[in-house]
Design a protein around this ligand. Structure first.
Ligand code: ZN
Length: 704
């Protein structure tokens, strides 16, 4: 048979990882080769396990590298898709730290966007394993119809630069051209027989040999260097091209489920001997009305159950948060065996907590087996991203950020705590969770989905990242002014773009956290027109020029570009601003820093100051006493909306922001089980649609 092997190579990809495994095999190292997929991988319809394609490809490794020692992991489970693959990859494959992983789901997944997303999830899950395995994929095909998920899967394989081989382009044409008969290689047009498995294996080993003969290509390094780099940088993958809810999936069985109600169901505690021993560790029920309910967290939820060929069997319904979502029919009118079904019952719904209830609605006297509920799988559960602040030491700073807010920062000149910042002058890093240690700018760049940013596809990625919206847009600071800050003004976007190398301008606002009794701020000025403004500034008539206004705790002040402003000594405030540091200093009280006056920007200041200034009444509003458990909006402009929340007991709200910045001003409590205290700053990522706060706290919340 003349198989056109070259036609089967759909993507050579980045060969460096496989090449480094070949080198290690050549040296005689100990290596693990894993195969993840469905029934074909499992070896279904091969006359014995050693004749399935996976065992044959494994044999190729052993024959090609006689000095090496190999371990074979076959993680194929019949009739399962890449959605289940996401949920079981860690347990069934990654725990063995495989050096090479073959992944195959093209006939169990359908060629649609749901499976494009779940397939991306499993590929990312495998690629982000700590030991950086080499991953390749191939696409089986239905031998009668030619259908497969190859198109959607190949898009993902190309984006992640992994080698990909096609059965549709190699073996299938032999059938359509009549060179061989379907029944020569497959009894059911889906599962290959021994000959079919041999042919599938030959397509894969041809691809591996081809890669072996090529130069190393691509930028992905292999082995140890990559491991070290990966550990340093946290994640090394490009941003996902789907909503990527499935990469992190949690599968609940009776060892780990949070059961809130159970009547008439029995937990199956029998030991699961092998991964294909699929009907274990779930729950059974045989009586109409039997009910079980779970608490899970996520935006996507699937329910796994058994459909049996032993008819009749009971039927159940699934409700999510009280609404019926699916009927689970335990009857399977086929001959080839009981089937493990996975039905999606919530597809990109709200994040946070859900109650999943399963009730038997139909049972029969002569049911052969009870209904078997295998697991509930929850995916896409965003977690708050907690940040480790950066600090600025300044001539006007004090000790209150340490003493009042508990920040572990030495010195008695701590002026600013940058609580939420991706700005290069003081960047926060993620503290805890999946992205522990990663800089916020890197997180924003590599995980746009967390910030509600859509990247439309691999090829468009570059265009997107060069767009001006590609920096984290806001910066949240707590400022402790022991002494007066200089009097300054910021340009708007247009002026900054023209005069500051394309930088953003700066709009900011302040919420006064605390201040001495007779505190004042400088907001605006007293010049009535441009000529008077120039005269006052150039003539140094500061007492005439500056407008000083009294402030008290809870005051909110919006500082538009062009507004002359200064924080005076004795004031502690939280600032929400555009992420920019373009500041024009108008006057610095003739102070010296390291023996020299700090630079002033008189001409630019005169250019940008708004004349006459906004009235005092328009500038300051007090929000000290806001209603409890309410999101009280303090200000909204095109850059941000800033709100205040007083949590007492429990408070939750519907959140549709692309992401939400939260700072804890006072008190303590928790959000969805994560402990919170005064001085904490965190981001609620996209999809976090219903945060639940508990305790007694004041929060400042901002969104774009
Ligand atoms: Zn400012």
């Amino acid at each position: 048979m003349n198989i056109d092997f070259e036609a089967g190579i759909k993507n050579i990809g980045d060969t460096a990882k496989l090449k480094s495994v070949f080198e290690r095999a050549q040296k005689g190292e100990v290596l693990t080769i894993a195969f993840l997929g469905g029934s074909i991988t499992q070896g279904s319809l091969a006359s014995e396990p050693s004749l399935c394609y996976a065992a044959r490809v494994f044999a190729w490794w052993e024959e090609t590298f006689p000095k090496a020692r190999f371990t074979y992991i076959n993680a194929g489970i019949g009739a399962t898709d890449s959605q289940f693959g996401c949920a079981r990859a860690a347990e069934d494959v990654l725990k063995y730290k495989p050096d090479v992983i073959s992944v195959e789901y093209a006939v169990n997944d359908e060629n649609n966007d749901h499976y494009r997303e779940t397939y991306e999830g499993v590929v990312r899950k495998l690629l982000s394993a700590r030991n950086h395995p080499a991953v390749y994929t191939f696409f089986n095909v239905c031998y009668d119809t030619g259908l497969s998920a190859e198109e959607k899967h190949l898009e993902i394989a190309k984006y992640y630069n992994i080698p990909a081989f096609s059965i549709k382009s190699t073996i299938y044409p032999l059938l359509t051209s009549g060179k061989i008969q379907n029944r020569d290689i497959t009894p059911d047009d889906l599962h290959p027989n021994d000959t079919g498995h041999e042919m599938v294996a030959s397509v894969i080993t041809y691809g591996l040999e081809k890669i072996m003969g090529l130069e190393k290509t691509g930028t992905v390094k292999g082995g140890k260097e990559l491991l070290e780099e990966g550990e340093k940088e946290g994640h090394i993958l490009p941003p996902p091209i789907t909503a990527n809810a499935y990469e992190d999936s949690v599968r609940y069985r009776n060892q780990n489920a949070d059961i809130v109600f159970c009547d008439g169901w029995t937990a199956d505690g029998e030991v699961q001997e092998h991964i294909t021993d699929i009907f274990k560790n779930g729950w059974t029920a045989g009586k109409k009305g039997a009910k079980i309910a779970f608490k899970v967290r996520g935006t996507c939820i699937g329910v796994q159950y058994r459909r049996t060929i032993n008819l009749p069997a009971p039927v159940a319904v699934v409700r999510v948060d009280g609404l019926e979502k699916a009927v689970l029919d335990g009857n399977f009118d086929e001959t080839w065996g009981d089937k493990l079904c996975l039905d999606t019952v919530l597809d990109h719904g709200k994040g946070g907590e859900h109650i999943v209830e399963i009730e038997i609605t139909e049972a029969h006297e002569d049911d052969k087996l009870p209904f078997y509920l295998v697991s509930v799988i929850a995916s896409g559960n965003p977690e708050p991203v907690f940040l480790k602040p950066a600090f600025a030491h300044t001539i006007w700073g004090g000790k209150r950020l340490r003493e009042d807010y508990g920040y572990d920062e030495p010195g008695d000149d701590i002026g600013e705590c940058w609580g939420i910042s991706a700005h290069r002058s003081g960047e926060c890093t993620v503290s805890g969770g999946s992205f522990d240690g990663m800089g916020l700018s890197k997180l924003y760049e590599t995980h746009p989905e967390l910030f509600g940013r859509v990247i439309s596809g691999g090829e468009n990625k570059k265009a997107d990242s060069s767009a001006s919206g590609d920096v984290f847009p806001l910066l949240i600071k707590i400022i402790d002014a022991k002494a007066d800050l200089s009097i300054q003004v910021h340009p708007d976007d247009e002026y900054a773009a023209k005069n500051e190398n394309g930088s953003l301008g700066k709009t900011e606002c302040w919420y006064v956290l605390d201040c001495a009794e007779d505190s004042t701020l400088v907001i605006g000025h007293n010049a009535k027109n441009k000529a008077e403004l120039e005269d006052m500034i150039r003539g140094g008539k500061w007492s005439e020029f500056i407008r000083q206004i009294p402030v008290k705790k809870g005051d909110f002040i919006q500082i538009d570009p062009g507004t002359v402003h200064a924080i005076k000594g004795g004031i502690l405030l939280l600032e929400t601003q555009q992420s920019s540091d373009i500041t024009y200093r108008v006057y610095d009280y003739d102070r010296l820093q390291n023996g020299k006056p700090r630079q002033l920007h008189i001409d630019k200041s005169i250019d940008v100051i708004t004349v006459p200034a906004k009235s005092v009444d328009e500038s300051v509003k007090n929000f000290l006493d806001t209603p409890e458990n309410t999101l009280t909006r303090m200000y909204s402009c095109k850059y941000y909306t800033v709100s205040k929340v007083k949590v007492k007991g429990e408070f939750s709200f519907e959140n549709d922001a692309p992401f939400l910045n939260v700072s804890v001003l006072s008190g303590a409590g928790e959000i969805d089980g994560f402990k919170l205290k005064k001085g904490d700053h965190f981001i609620l990522p996209a999809g976090y649609s219903k945060p639940v706060f508990k305790g007694g706290m004041e929060l400042i919340v901002s969104r774009i």
